[in-house]
Design a protein around this ligand. Sequence first.
Ligand code: ADP
Length: 492
Amino acid sequence: MGKYILSIDQGTTSSRAIVFDKSARIVCMAQQEFKQIYPEAGWVEHSPQDIMGSTMAVIAEALVRADISAEDIAAAGITNQRETTLVWDKATGKPIYNAIVWQCRRTADYCEKLKEKYSDLIYDKTGLIPDAYFSATKIKWILDNVSGARERAERGELLFGTVDTFLMWQLSKGEIFATDYTNAARTMLFNIHTLEWDDELIKLFGIPRSMLPEVKPSGSKFGYTHKSVFGSPVPICGAVGDQQAALFGQLCTEEGDLKNTYGTGCFLLMNTGERAVKSRNGLVTTLGATLTEKPPYVLEGSVFVGGAAVQWLRDGLGIINSADESESYALKVQDNGGVYVVPAFTGLGAPYWDADARGLITGITRGTTRAHIVRAALEGIAYQVEDIVRAMQRDSGIKITRLNVDGGASKNDFLLQFQADISDLKVVRPQTVETTAQGAAYLAGLACGFWKDEGEIRATASGYGVFSPNMPEPTRAKLLSGWEKAVAKARD
Ligand code: ADP
């Protein structure tokens, strides 16, 4: 067996390939950005050639950098931008339209109509709130708008895939037509209770069943890359949506385990084990990564503006020179001085779901300085995360005591300490924050026997940063009440 695991991370703005060794450490990494296509306001597409080309390029570069060849790879795992939709010709492999990216709002009006009648049905079956993010209405759009597509689909000539499926199909030259539970769960076509494509939903969106891939556990033997692709066949043993990959990469495999990724936005995912928890607070229910036929259920909530608030301090207000500088400014003052920043630039997500809310800075006095505003903006990220943590606690009945974190803004110690204080829980940051790629690598490595079990991986994890809560309860209550009032103003 090869000595390495190859993790392929096909993200929204770039493709990356990372090689891991037996001790689960990163040997090398290659990354390539690609073009975002905006054909109309609110529309977002990727060229399928860019997705494929950048992926092939980074794999080749990673192998060269590690000075290894395909035979040295025990298995490859894929993690991908979720929900992004491709439709291609079964005979030629040629996509009939660009990839419609998860952010694309072109089907938003249709989804509003859908909500009036089908919200409950869709939520009960898929755990999702009808939205243009998810793949179903994007497939329907392609079938309705590309000339001749619907007829060809009905004749069984077209295939649909999220990016994992598309990559596996291309890398295997059409041998693998499959996806995993985590990606299927984000299409709005998959029943997360029966673990099958749902006939009623397929009919509702007018999507022929023959277009849909086989669904497998995230850690599975999906098949092999075609020998012409890398010189010799490489087994593909992992496919997983990016957020669930991060959850697995953080080894959140037990009920109650929770992770937050502090990126441009924040993504919180909580493993709820065998229970598909119904949310009363606007969270979605989805599936997690597994090596068995029984994927765990996951509660998911997201914050629209996370690290983007720091980008705004830098690029919009110009009051810091770099994102890193936000930390030293925040530490220049003892507290927020009564200032709150609610970064509701594009409305507020869970648990408020208020599209009309807008950002605000409140509590400014003559004594307010740049440092107070920077600090309040970082705190604003943590409060939004706390709102979701609380919603998850209420929905699941599980008392959360630990939050595992990753993502670009998680290197900010001030932010993590404030999170620990305001949420009254332990915040744990792993040594490498490449948890998404790690998750795909762990799944592939476990599925092919490269690693014996999870324990073997856990034993190699080291260098955790731990932030423990250290705020008097009255202070915490006062700050939370200030945040609540600020949110109320942002929603007024
Ligand atoms: P994404 O994957 O969403 O592109 P990343 O995980 O790369 O995001 O994180 C980038 C985000 O993290 C940016 O919004 C940036 O402003 C923020 N960020 C980066 N470094 C820091 C820092 N030291 N403190 C606070 N925010 C930061």
